[in-house]
Design a protein around this ligand. Structure first.
Ligand code: PAF
Length: 284
């Protein structure tokens, strides 16, 4: 596996594959790779001839109160993990390579970015503007046939799908299932911030989703009842939800009832970490 750090080197490294019309898959990451990322690389490996993994801790998607400087970084470890999953190319640009002096363009998606994590009192739509700006730039640099994201960041996946649709970007967006620890905790780079007590309390997020799912499986359809069952799990762990909401899994509009494809999404602060999780509920 080759590591490249500049756009010029990345394009040169991909040129032979491009000439041979081989398919290129991109797994964009901010590093601190865990099994969730590795499963994205495995999906890309299964689908594409050439797999590019990017590692870029994107300053534009961190808010004022978020610890950009403290974000876990370990390129050597990430490199070994990406290589072990069969990635062909690691793209690790410096901030100056992506945002050179004078860079002054932002790509924004509308309403989808203004709810859940994007609500003004939370990370704000600016967070997603940071995501869509870097993702657009990575798509233009790598020009992949397919790009791989995790369902854990359900809103991010919908926003990127909308970006690609609205701007006719010729890339297939693949959203891969959330990978969980054996006890149910969704894999996240932010889990590294949790001490053992916080780690135990963090389980309440997946338990809340399970409780909501159980109510739906038992025939419940009212949003109020499903949310109450989920909230009881957070309360039992002493966690206050930043949000716990039922929304359409297609357009994030509010759902009064579980009907078809409905997203049950939760965010909560556990100690120093802000954790998110979600599940898609069925029901007719
Ligand atoms: O999901 C992430 O890790 C980031 O938001 C992404 C897609 C790599 C953009 O920086």
């Amino acid at each position: 596996m080759k590591t490249v750090r500049t756009v010029t080197d990345l394009r040169a490294a991909l040129a032979p594959a491009r000439r041979a019309e081989r398919s290129v898959g991109l797994v964009p990451t901010m590093g601190a790779l865990h099994d969730g990322h590795l499963s994205l690389i495995r999906h890309a490996r299964a689908d594409c001839d050439v797999v590019v993994v990017s590692i870029f801790v994107n300053p534009k998607q961190f808010g004022a109160g978020e610890d950009l400087a403290g974000y876990p970084r370990d390129e050597k470890r990430d490199r070994a993990l990406a290589e072990s999953e069969g990635a062909d190319l690691l793209f690790v640009p410096a901030v100056q390579e992506i945002y050179p002096t004078g860079f002054d363009t932002t790509v924004t998606v509308g309403e989808l970015t203004e709810v859940l994590c994007g609500a003004p009192e939370r990370r704000g739509a600016e967070h997603f503007a940071g995501v869509t700006t870097i993702v657009t730039k990575l798509f233009n640099i790598v020009q992949p046939h397919a790009a791989y994201f995790g369902q854990k960041d359900a809103q991010q996946g919908l926003v990127i799908r909308k970006l690609v649709r609205d701007l006719e970007i010729p890339v297939r967006v693949e959203i891969c299932p959330t990978v969980r620890e054996p006890d149910g905790l969704a894999m996240s780079s932010r889990n590294a911030y949790l001490d053992p007590d916080e780690r135990a309390r963090a389980l309440a997020l997946s338990r809340a989703l399970d409780a909501g799912e159980a109510r739906v499986a038992a025939g419940e359809r009212s949003a109020g009842a499903v949310l109450a069952a989920a909230r009881a799990e957070l309360d039992a762990a002493g966690l206050e939800a930043e949000y716990l909401e039922l929304r359409s899994a297609e357009d994030l509009s509010c759902a009064e009832r579980v009907n078809g494809s409905t997203l049950l999404a939760v965010a909560a602060r556990v100690g120093p970490a802000r954790l998110i999780d979600n599940t898609i509920l069925g029901g007719t």
